[in-house]
Design a protein. Structure first.
Length: 241
C-alpha cells in the first residue's frame, strides 16, 4: 500500500526495530523523514549507526532512496540528567522491586513522540512511526498500545491537529520482526540490519554474532538473538518443504 498523499516521520534510533519501521514507512509513503534523540544513553553508538543505515538504504534500495528525506537529531541530554537508570548510568541491569527493569527510562517514549510531533507539525508530516512493541518488550509501560493511543489523543488535542501514530511492531514478536524485514527488503535488508544496526545496551560493537554486534548477555541482545534464531529456524524449515 502506498499512501502517496501522506508523509511520515520515523523515530530512528539506530536499532533493529526502528530500522524495520523505517523500511515499513518507505514502502508506504512517498516522503519519509527520520528523527533521533541524544538523551545521554550509554549505548550512544546507536546514533552513529543511524547514518550507516540511511546511507545503506539509499545505496541498496533505489526505490526507497528517492523517498528518504531529511534527518533530525534532537538534544535531550536533560532526560539523561534527571534519569537514574541502567541506560543512562553505569548501574546494574536487573529487575526492580516495582517489577520494572533498571533499563526503564521514565517518560522516554512519551517525550520522544511529543518532540517528534513538534517537528512533524512544523514539517507538515502527519504520520509518526515508532518501533514500540507490547509483545516482545521489557515491561516498559510507555510501550503499551493503550499508552500510545492515549498519547496520540493528547498530542492531537494539544496541537489541534490530526496526527496518526503508527506502531507496525506492536503485536508481533522479535522473530516476526526479522520476517517483516525480509518481506519488505529481502535478504539485503536482513543483512543490513545484522551489520549496521545496534541493540546492545552495553554499546558492544567488537563481537560479531550471526544476529549482529553486541555483548550477547544484556536483555536487548538476548531478545534479538532469540528472535533471529527462531526466524532462521523457520526459514530453514520452509526451505526443506
Amino acid at each position: 500500500m502506498n499512501l502517496s498523499n501522506q508523509k511520515a516521520l520515523v523515530l530512528l534510533s539506530g536499532g533493529q526495530d526502528s530500522t524495520t519501521c523505517l523500511a515499513w514507512a518507505l514502502d508506504r509513503y512517498d516522503h519519509v523523514e527520520t528523527v533521533a534523540f541524544n538523551y545521554g544513553q550509554r549505548h550512544a553508538v546507536e546514533l552513529d549507526c543511524r547514518h550507516k543505515i540511511r546511507e545503506a538504504i539509499s545505496s541498496s534500495f533505489p526505490s526507497w532512496a528517492s523517498r528518504l528525506g531529511q534527518d533530525h537529531l534532537v538534544d535531550l541530554s536533560v532526560l539523561g540528567d534527571i534519569s537514574d537508570t541502567a541506560l543512562t548510568r553505569e548501574v546494574e541491569i536487573k529487575m526492580e522491586e516495582s517489577g520494572l527493569p533498571t533499563t526503564f527510562v521514565p517518560g522516554r517514549n512519551i517525550i520522544f513522540f511529543t518532540f517528534a510531533a513538534s517537528i512533524a507539525y512544523r514539517r507538515g508530516l502527519k504520520t509518526l512511526v515508532g518501533g514500540v512493541c507490547e509483545t516482545d518488550y521489557s515491561g516498559y509501560p510507555d510501550c503499551r498500545d493503550d499508552s500510545i493511543k492515549a498519547l496520540q489523543l493528547a498530542i492531537n488535542l494539544g496541537l489541534d491537529s490530526r496526527f496518526v501514530i503508527q506502531t507496525p511492531l506492536m503485536w508481533i514478536d522479535k522473530a516476526a520482526t526479522w520476517e517483516l524485514a525480509r518481506m519488505l527488503g529481502g535478504d539485503d535488508l536482513v543483512d543490513l540490519i545484522v551489520e549496521d544496526t545496534h541493540s546492545c545496551y552495553r554499546s558492544e560493537r567488537e563481537h560479531r554474532h550471526k544476529w549482529g554486534y553486541g555483548c550477547g548477555k544484556c536483555p536487548a541482545c538476548k531478545l534479538r538473538r532469540a528472535g533471529y534464531m527462531q526466524f532462521r529456524g523457520a526459514r530453514s524449515r520452509i526451505s526443506r518443504v
